[in-house]
Every structure is written in structure tokens, then in C-alpha cells.
Design a protein around this ligand. Structure first.
Ligand SMILES: [Zn+2]
Length: 319
């Protein structure tokens, strides 16, 4: 339930990435992990990224389907898309249109709530089959605790659309305002009854001297409408959080399986990084698993996560 795509506008997708990101070392790594060259993109259009994702998924024995996320941009004071401050823009209509072609893909929309027509955009997303709304507050300059967002949250409840929002620090872009990833800012949507999914269980970073995961965990007892996804927890810089999550007592029914694709294909989530936790006997067979998806599932199962974690997303999102 957490896969990213990107595009350069090829084939009229309307997607773009900033010049800064395009010239950063991250760009080459992302292209490689999508399994695509820039020439192929120009030739076949950005839709190829989504086709490749569907094909890779079809080869997986353990993962049946994925939610592909659009990514709205930064919005300026006039309510217009601020291209200069947007690093990656992936329009809803592009993702809706392309995912509809593949039975194993679902549409995750992204709407910046500061757009003047944000509520209509939510309705459109729902009509186009969106199963959730995705935010990256630190990148999109969204303050989840801003009371001007109350009508937006009420609309999410009305449309029964969960909000998947990045919590904790963000490292995948060239700049971020990480104060916006404070899990306590999610109290406002949670109080209003929004189904909130905190991405990566708010691992990494801290606010007011307290680490973000520690700020998120107590909220699970307070709010039955809070969930978290376990994407990126096997990443080199995050493996220690896996055990911490298991020791935290958060119920398995509140955890959703996600990959943060394409990150599972960058090498950052190699089972080797879990060697200290799992030992050679459990790590070696994982290194031989060819599909990045299957390897990710098997690695997380090796930690002893209950099987239901891997099917909760379907139950929550595909009602
Ligand atoms: Zn992500």
C-alpha cells in the first residue's frame, strides 16, 4: 500500500521532477530501481514506469497487488501549483489512468489541502477509484495540525478515504521541512475521525528532543482510527526500529504491509543489514530470493511479524 512512481512528462503525463533532483545522484538510482533508462521513458512515455511496476509485481509469489501513489506539489499563497518549490509532481489523473490498465495495481491519490479546489479534487479522486490519499507534509509544505484543514479532513471522513501521511523525517528529496513530520500533528485529523496511516511508524528524526516513533506509539491506544505501515523498516538506517516496533505492543491489526517501492530495489533494504538481528541461518536464504517483493516479505516475516500484517491493507482499503 505504499509504492512511488515518478515521471519527466514523457508521453504527456503531466509529471515532472525538478532540475535539482534530476541532477542529484538520487535520480540515477531511482531510474535504475524502476528498471528503466531515460531513453526508454522518452520513447514510451512515463506510463512505462507503472507498466514495469505491474510486471515486476506479477513475478512476485507473495505480493498480489500494490497501491501506486500520486504526488501533489507545493501550493503557493494564491493556491496555484508552485513549480519552483515542487521537486516531484505526479498528477492524479496520470496515476488513475495508468493503474486502471493493470489488475494488480490500485490508485493512491495525492491532494494538497491548500489547493482552492481541494475538496472537489478529493471527490474526483474517489470517483476515479482512489483507495487512499497520500501526503508528504515535509515536502508538500502541509501542516497536518493547521485548523484551516478541518473541512478537508471532514471530506476525507465523508468519502471514507484514509490518509497515508509521512511521519518522521524525510530523506528522499533534496530538501525537507521535518518539523511538519511530527506525529503529534496528527491529533487533529485523528480527533475528527479520519483514518490515518502513519508511514514507516514515524521512524527517524525527533521533535523537542523526543524521537518521532516514541511520540507516535502512545497515540495507538488513544485512537482506534490510527494505523502505521511497515515500509522501509528494514532499511540500513532503520533496522533497529523493527524490534522496537515488535516490543512496543502495537496490535498487529494496526500495522499494514508496504514497501516504499522503489526503495526495495535500491539495495538500501538488503537482508544483510538485518544480519545482527537474524543471524546467518535466517539471512542467507533471503539473499537468494530473486524478486525484491518476495525478499521484502520474507525478510519481514523472518523478524516474526504475524502473517495478518500482510493482508490488513486489503481489508482496510478495498472495502
Ligand atoms: Zn514513501
Amino acid at each position: 500500500m505504499h509504492c512511488h512512481v515518478a515521471g519527466i512528462g514523457a508521453g504527456g503525463s503531466g509529471a515532472f521532477i525538478s532540475e535539482q533532483l534530476r541532477h542529484s545522484w538520487k535520480y540515477r538510482i531511482y531510474l535504475k530501481s524502476f528498471g528503466i533508462s531515460e531513453d526508454e521513458l522518452r520513447q514510451h512515455g512515463d506510463g512505462l514506469v507503472i507498466r514495469r511496476l505491474s510486471e515486476q509485481l506479477a513475478e512476485s509469489q507473495l505480493v498480489g497487488a500494490a497501491v501506486v501513489l500520486a504526488l501533489d506539489g507545493v501550493v503557493d499563497e494564491q493556491g496555484n501549483l508552485d513549480r519552483a518549490r515542487t521537486e516531484s509532481y505526479v498528477p492524479n489523473d496520470f496515476v488513475a489512468r495508468e493503474t486502471a490498465k493493470y489488475a494488480n495495481l490500485y490508485f493512491g491519490a495525492s491532494v494538497n489541502p491548500y489547493r482552492p479546489d481541494a475538496l472537489e479534487r478529493l471527490e474526483q479522486a474517489r470517483a476515479d477509484g482512489a483507495v487512499l490519499i497520500k501526503w508528504l507534509p515535509a515536502i508538500q509544505q502541509i501542516d497536518p495540525a493547521d485548523e484551516r484543514l478541518i473541512p478537508f479532513y471532514e471530506k476525507l471522513v465523508e468519502l471514507d478515504l484514509p490518509l497515508l501521511t509521512h511521519a518522521g523525517d524525510e530523506h528522499s528529496f533534496t530538501r525537507a521541512d521535518n518539523s511538519l513530520g511530527d506525529p503529534l500533528k496528527l491529533r487533529l485529523p485523528l480527533d475528527l475521525g479520519v483514518t490515518v496511516i502513519a508511514a514507516h511508524v514515524a521512524t527517524s528524526g525527533q521533535q523537542d528532543g523526543q524521537d518521532n516513533m516514541a511520540r507516535l506509539l502512545p497515540l495507538f491506544e488513544e485512537y482506534p482510527n490510527l494505523y502505521a505501515d511497515i515500509s522501509s523498516l528494514t532499511q540500513l538506517n532503520k533496522v533497529r526500529f523493527m524490534r522496537r516496533l515488535q516490543d512496543s505492543g502495537v496490535a498487529a491489526e494496526r500495522l499494514l504491509y508496504g514497501t516504499d517501492f522503489p526503495l526495495i530495489r535500491t539495495g538500501l533494504t538488503s537482508p544483510l543489514f538485518s544480519l545482527p538481528q537474524l543471524g546467518w541461518q535466517r539471512t542467507l536464504p533471503l539473499l537468494k530470493v530473486r524478486s525484491a517483493w518476495d525478499q521484502d516479505v520474507r525478510l519481514k516475516l523472518a523478524y516474526g511479524l504475524p502473517a495478518e500484517v500482510f493482508s490488513n491493507a486489503a481489508a482496510l482499503l478495498l472495502k
